[in-house]
Design a binder for this molecule. Structure first.
Ligand SMILES: Cc1cc2nc3c(=O)[nH]c(=O)nc-3n(C[C@H](O)[C@H](O)[C@H](O)COP(=O)(O)OP(=O)(O)OC[C@H]3O[C@@H](n4cnc5c(N)ncnc54)[C@H](O)[C@@H]3O)c2cc1C
Length: 386
């Protein structure tokens, strides 16, 4: 009898890579040799960045270190991917080369605060782990004033996150007795806070109104003028600020840009199967132009479908799992209020999404969302808040 072991190589241990690796390794056991490569120390949920920034928890508490990740069947390699040859399914890394029978690119989106003039000198970004953790100290010393939360380009991860940041900023300044002497403004390229869900958008806009948060839709922050402390907007307007918190420019990692996989900035995939133009090469999550927002829940949903397809292939069947574009997002309103939006994006159709909450009951739901995943991916229990 001949045993054939399928070499599955997963690049990126974020939302997509972790979900995919865990599922495939569990289902296939010794029939696959699964290698997962990432250059970071560990995984951090996007929403944990906001929790750390606003002092709800500490940086160590939200960093899920990859050390000891190697569950049954997953070989974790701590390395930077330096080259991808998708035609040969060969990858170069700082830990040496890897060849794959099935390659999955889940490298996410890289963030470029330096691409926005003045942002590094005159403001702060809160989308990288280091940036969000750094803002925690900035907020600690903030004595109030004009706060501007602004998006600098599209597409950007987790479209609700800037709105959540504005609402959490209101809670933070209120708790510190600084709200009366402060203004909060939000600059967003979108026409509504949560475009696929008019109900969720209405709830967010009502909260803005209630809390006196100024909403500047359908524009971007193109640059900051640190000398004058003003944000320069894409519509020609200017917004003065004392504290600027920006969502930086997103791009595919350089190694993806140099691989020939990306077209017009992102990796095109079949929206049902997540296959790229190269046989045996899949891409999931933020690195793609699949048509869903760049968010962990969608990366995870895509990874689950690719995992099913890989399992079918390994078992000698024909993969038939298809992605349905569905994801459930939690929305922070501050003051212990969380809402849940259930959205479906289907290629060629208008996206639809319903709203539950906001309510205190959904806080526990959101916590369970995080702890379930950490148990599934890392085999550990997690207490998210300090
Ligand atoms: C403030 C904020 C709040 C958010 N809130 C939510 C939320 O509530 N819900 C939600 O669903 N999403 C949320 N998101 C979005 C979510 O974090 C991302 O969309 C999600 O992580 C994307 O998953 P991914 O697997 O595509 O990429 P990622 O999770 O970004 O993983 C990519 C991995 O690739 C690795 N990598 C990149 N380049 C290399 C290289 N050259 N070599 C080796 N490794 C490399 C990185 O280290 C990283 O671990 C939020 C994001 C932010 C910034």
């Amino acid at each position: 009898m001949i045993f054939v072991v399928t070499r599955v190589l997963v690049l990126g241990a974020g939302f997509g890579g972790l979900e995919l690796s865990t599922t495939v390794a569990q289902a296939c056991g010794p029939d696959v040799e699964l290698t997962l490569v990432d250059q970071a120390d560990g995984f951090v949920f996007g929403f944990s960045k906001l929790d750390v920034m606003f002092g709800r928890t500490g940086p160590e508490q939200v960093l899920h270190r990859y050390t000891g990740l190697a569950g049954p069947g997953v070989r974790f390699v701590a390395a930077t991917v330096t080259a991808i040859d998708p035609a040969a399914r060969r990858v170069e890394t700082t830990a040496g080369p890897f060849d794959a029978d099935i390659l999955v690119v889940a490298l996410g989106a890289d963030l470029h605060p330096e691409a926005t003039p003045g942002l590094l000198d005159g403001g702060h970004e809160f989308y990288t782990v280091a940036g969000a953790f750094g803002v925690r100290d900035v907020l600690d010393g903030f004595t109030g004033g004009r706060v501007v939360v602004g998006v600098t380009s599209t597409p950007f991860k987790c479209p609700p996150a800037p709105s959540e940041t504005a609402l959490l900023m209101h809670e933070f300044l209120t708790a510190r007795g600084l709200r009366d002497g402060s203004e909060i403004s939000l600059v967003m390229p979108l026409g509504t806070p949560i475009p696929p869900s008019p109900e969720a958008s209405a709830a967010v806009l009502a909260a803005f109104e209630q809390h006196g948060i100024r909403w500047y839709p359908e524009r971007l922050v193109r640059a900051l003028d640190p000398a004058r402390r003003v944000a320069l907007l894409s519509d020609g307007g200017e917004l003065p600020y004392d504290l600027f918190l920006g969502v930086p420019v997103h791009r595919v990692p350089d190694v993806v840009a140099g691989s020939g996989l990306a077209v017009d900035g992102w990796i095109p995939v079949d929206p049902r199967t997540l296959e790229t133009a190269f046989p045996g090469v899949y891409a999931v999550g933020d690195v793609t132009s699949v048509g869903t927002p760049k968010a962990g829940v969608f990366a995870e949903g895509q990874a689950a479908v690719v995992a099913e397809r890989i399992v079918a292939t390994v078992r000698g069947g024909t993969p038939d799992a298809q992605y349905d574009g569905r994801g459930v997002c939690y929305l922070e309103f501050g003051h212990d209020q969380v809402a849940k939006v259930d959205v479906t994006f289907r290629s060629g159709e208008r996206p639809v999404g319903g709203l539950e909450g906001p309510s205190t009951a959904l806080v526990a739901d959101k916590t369970a969302f995080g702890t379930d995943r950490i148990r599934r991916w890392f085999g550990r229990d997690w207490i998210p808040t300090a």
